[in-house]
Design a protein around this ligand. Structure first.
Ligand code: UDP
Length: 234
């Protein structure tokens, strides 16, 4: 039997909260850890694009006294902060990257260019995609799904604080039970929250599988890419 991964190209959505710690929004240890995880995925010959969240710095919905457009723009800009940290951590691991953003930030990131992104992936670079979708009122989960479809990736793996999809929030409910696999429609019908419903709805339309896994466990990223950990939606 071949040990070749069945996933050739994937998008990693990295929740912002796994990049920070109690001492601040960006934790250098976390950046180094995720750079090593991403390097291992590349060693396993999976082409990887990374969409960071921004929740470790700011989320639009957590800024209710600002006009929503301003809050969401701050949220999107937060992902640019994360991408600079990830880029440097990956460079230290010897992993070449191409950095693109949906929000213009000359000198920090190129603009989103799907064709250049595909070329970079094919050339062995990790593609770092900041700025979410570039539009307010959605989250980086939606950005990850849209980028995966544009890049013709076979799945989105979402690295989060929880180790999969549960029937209730496991952080708040000790009786919450894990759901190892469910359809997109079942996920939407049950109004589960670990992944944004808008993102799951788009993934459903395109039969794009999503995997939710615990990002901070060493080796978990490669396992998620191989369907060996986490919960699979679709
Ligand atoms: N955001 C947005 N449009 C996007 C992506 C993100 O307006 O396409 C804003 C939104 O306010 C969101 C915040 O940026 O809450 C941070 O992103 P997200 O909540 O996805 O981060 P995560 O929770 O994954 O760290």
């Amino acid at each position: 039997m071949s040990s070749e991964p069945t996933v050739r190209r994937a998008v990693l959505k990295l929740s912002g909260e796994v990049l920070g710690s109690k001492s601040g929004p960006l934790d250098e240890g976390a950046l180094i850890f995720f750079a090593k995880e991403i390097a291992a995925a590349r060693d396993a010959r999976v082409e990887l694009a990374v969409v960071p969240g921004g929740g470790n710095v700011a989320r639009g919905t957590a800024l209710p006294h600002l006009p929503p457009y301003a809050g969401h723009t701050i949220g999107m800009l937060s992902t640019l902060i994360n991408i600079v940290g990830l880029r440097e951590a990956l460079a230290r691991e010897g992993v070449p990257t191409l950095v693109q953003s949906a929000l213009p930030c000359p000198g920090v990131a190129d603009m989103i260019d799907v064709w250049a992104g595909r070329e970079a992936l094919a050339a062995g670079k990790v593609l770092l995609l900041a700025g979410g979708t570039g539009s307010p009122f959605v989250t980086t989960d939606t950005a990850a799904v849209i980028r995966a479809l544009a890049l013709e990736a076979q799945r989105v793996v979402k690295g989060s604080k929880v180790d999969g999809v549960y029937d209730a929030d496991p952080m708040k409910n000790s009786d919450a039970r894990p759901i190892p696999q469910l359809s997109h429609q079942d996920y939407l019908h049950r109004e589960l929250k670990v992944m944004d419903a808008a993102a799951v709805a788009i993934a459903a339309d395109h039969a794009l599988p999503l995997v939710v896994f615990e990002a901070a466990r060493p080796g978990a990223l490669v396992e998620a890419l191989l369907d060996r950990t986490g919960s699979r939606i679709g």
